[in-house]
Design a protein around this ligand. Sequence first.
Ligand code: ATP
Ligand code: MG
Length: 320
Amino acid sequence: MIEVAEVGPERAGDVVSVIHAGFGAREVLDPPSTATEETVQTVAAALTAHGGLLATADAVPVGALLFEPQGQLLGLRRVSVDPDEQGRGVARALVRRAERVAEERGFEGVLLTARAELPRTVRFWQHLGYAETGREGSLLTLARVLPVRVEAATAEQAQELGRRLAVVLRAGDLVILSGDLGAGKTTFTQGLGGGLDVRGSVTSPTFVISRVHPSLVGGPALVHVDAYRLGGIEELDDLDLDTSLEDAVTVVEWGEGVAEGLADTRLEVRITRARADDTAPVPDGPGPEGDGEEPRDPRTFTFVPVGSRWIGSGLRSALD
Ligand SMILES: Nc1ncnc2c1ncn2[C@@H]1O[C@H](COP(=O)(O)OP(=O)(O)OP(=O)(O)O)[C@@H](O)[C@H]1O
Ligand SMILES: [Mg+2]
């Protein structure tokens, strides 16, 4: 069983051993990594400053990393796995835990550097949702903005979320909404249209594939697409719109779980009923409160940013 724990300087000895084992087993690069020069003292200093993670298998240290904040992102350094323990999911467990720590500490996402000469390592990170944000020689910077989960108790709150998202969107952005029939995709888009200040009211585009709402304030237009009637996302470009997608914010209402293999850069918004057991429809009319307020029918909105576009976009602070 692999366990991952946050550790401080008291575990510096274990952490430095794993770093030496992990980096020592790697092919020697030019310039070589300085990881093998780490000592108990340098690692203890790093752990004192920002902490780190230690992975153990049956209490034996097998993986480690160090934290180092970089602005809005939590940097990961010296991500190491004991070479005898490769392929057991240690690295993945470290990364997922690091992402939780980043979230708990209020960071927008996670950042790290990787060497271009190690394509398997780079693919590992890409597979976990990390996108290249910079390159200096053979040193790649990879980062991921973490998903943001927000509950909307009522339709009005769902629209408010759309208005808040509008603040961070700009021309060329693609937003993919997924969720069951009646999840709230159109409701959310109505708020988005309000926030973007576009012409015309956003309605369900059931009888047309798409509708263009031009901006009233010189900003991007809103292109609202119903993907049930679209053969595939590649057909988006073939739509005969009187605006270019580069000049618009494009919102696609999609079915559930279809949002894989789309454009490289996009914002996925997954809408679910907040409580899994809450399948019964809410009856019409006032609820037990009887005060005429909208009945609570909460939905969970999960915003999943894909691609480097969202780094530094302020997504989390706009939505939280
Ligand atoms: N918390 C909530 N969030 C969003 N919508 C809510 C909420 N509570 C109630 N509603 C209501 O649920 C309905 C959602 O319908 P909407 O047309 O937005 O869904 P949709 O996902 O676009 O459906 P479709 O798959 O048919 O396009 C609206 O009538 C809205 O008022
Ligand atoms: Mg709809």
